[in-house]
Ligand binder design. Structure first.
Ligand SMILES: Cc1cc2nc3c(=O)[nH]c(=O)nc-3n(C[C@H](O)[C@H](O)[C@H](O)COP(=O)(O)OP(=O)(O)OC[C@H]3O[C@@H](n4cnc5c(N)ncnc54)[C@H](O)[C@@H]3O)c2cc1C
Length: 411
């Protein structure tokens, strides 16, 4: 009989979150074992080839704005090879008056330099990005193939062990670490530190150590449309990506003269069906009209040629869950990446690595992680009293309303 293996650090889940964290640990000279229930990496939500990335520039909670800014800079610095910078235009909401100065002031408050984001009147937007709408031009906005990025992060490395087709069913405390068990309740391996990046399945895995997390599925479908060469839509098609109510990528002309245009995405709360839905394509056709401000556009001319369907994992408060599960020492979580897999995986790589390697807080602060931001992401935000004392036994019931220390007000 062969004894199960032991690893110092194990990552459960080889989507963009797990791969990015494993890669960061390898770069820091650590040996890592990553395992996934699927026979290959990026088989689930991270099979997504058309994910966009930009800092949040609209109105929103100050913490979210600061976090997406830091995470965007981290993602941009990390993904050189697969980072496809084409710029992203964010039109102003049509039902709100557009006050140029107010928008400029807002970007200043966010400390976003003009090089990253600037306010444009419709005429300038038409010249720069081919979109005749008032809005914010995020010149450094990009898109990325999450599947290629995951594979790139997990390319062979002497310190990397990959275990495919290895589903983990539960965790059990053993000595100073954790044992991973399969569905037959047989031990797979033991580890001193376990990083769980299994998207929605994280909920079951942490439930096996008596912790409940408020994670929910949100199905999403992107549509790949073909637009005939001489169609009325052609002169409206964007040269850049647009992010507003939904998003789209720059339209691309193919050799036969037609255009390929990717538009999305639906946001179906509580749904886990990965089949393609005709109703989602119809919703995306309507979003296409809204994004281009083209209400008279004939939706039947957007011919569907393909789609991407994925199940996002979201937390009750819509922020990702990234950090040490302090009630269960040695377990770390990076899940609930929602619709921001590119940004949150880059941020998770830095934050989780710092916590796993027990870097000092000064280093985290240099990366932009102020205490209130770390607390806003921490799994412990869902547990009343969890920061004060640790119940030795029994389930830690989650509360979908997070408990956070108050952060500095937006300047
Ligand atoms: C329609 C749509 C559009 C989107 N657009 C964008 C976008 O524009 N920009 C953006 O940044 N993000 C976008 N996203 C979100 C992005 O795709 C996700 O946030 C990201 O892929 C999540 O990555 P992950 O690693 O957390 O999860 P996943 O990729 O789902 O990986 C989880 C892994 O864990 C494994 N696993 C699960 N359970 C177990 C177990 N018990 N044992 C072992 N392994 C297990 C799975 O096999 C899987 O490989 C979009 C998502 C959708 C659906």
């Amino acid at each position: 009989m062969t004894l199960p293996q032991h690893h110092d650090i194990v990552v459960i889940g080889a989507g963009i979150a797990g791969a990015t964290i494993a890669n960061e640990l390898l770069e820091r000279g650590k040996a890592v074992c990553i395992l996934d229930s699927a026979p290959l990496p990026a088989s689930a939500c991270s099979s997504h080839a058309y994910a966009i990335a930009h800092p949040h520039v609209g109105r929103g909670a100050p913490r979210l704005l600061r976090l997406t800014h830091i995470a965007f800079l981290m993602a941009e610095a990390r993904w050189g090879k697969v980072w496809n910078q084409h710029g992203i235009f964010q039109p102003v909401k049509k039902d709100k008056p557009f006050n140029y100065e107010e928008f400029v002031g807002h970007l200043k408050v966010l400390e976003l330099s003009e090089e990253i984001a600037r306010v444009l009147y419709a005429e300038e937007a038409l010249r720069i990005c081919g979109i005749e709408q008032d809005g914010i031009w995020i010149a450094r906005g990009a898109s990325m193939n999450l599947s290629s990025a995951t594979s790139e992060a997990l390319k062979p490395h002497p310190q990397l062990t990959c275990c495919w087709s290895t589903p983990v069913s539960r965790l059990k405390k053993v000595g100073a670490g954790w044992q991973l068990l399969n569905h037959q309740d047989e031990p797979i391996m033991t580890a001193r530190k376990v990083i769980i990046t299994a998207s929605l399945e994280t909920k079951n895995l942490v439930a096996s150590v008596g912790v409940r997390l408020p994670l929910r599925p949100v199905r999403g479908q992107l549509s790949i449309f073909s637009v005939p060469e001489h169609d009325d839509w052609v002169e409206k098609l964007p040269k850049t990506a647009i992010s507003g109510d939904g998003y789209c990528l720059p339209a691309k002309q193919l050799l036969d003269g037609s255009y390929r245009w990717i538009v999305g995405s639906s946001f179906d709360e509580g749904e886990v069906d990965v089949q393609d839905w005709a109703s989602s394509d119809d919703a995306n056709r309507e979003q296409a009209k809204g994004l281009l401000n083209y209400p008279e556009g004939e939706t039947s001319h957007l011919l569907k040629t393909g789609s991407f369907v994925g199940i996002r994992c979201v937390a009750g408060d819509r922020l990702p869950i990234i950090g040490a599960l302090t009630q269960r020492p040695g377990i770390f979580l990076a899940t609930a990446l929602g619709s921001r897999g590119v940004l949150w995986s880059a941020l998770a790589a830095k934050l989780i690595t710092a916590q796993v390697l027990e870097d000092d807080f000064a280093l985290l602060a240099r990366l932009g992680f102020a205490t209130d931001l770390v607390a806003a992401l921490a799994p412990t935000r869902f547990f009343a009293g969890a920061l004060a004392s640790e119940p030795a036994l029994g389930a830690l019931a989650s509360n979908s309303k997070p408990i956070l220390p108050s952060g500095p007000k937006a300047k």
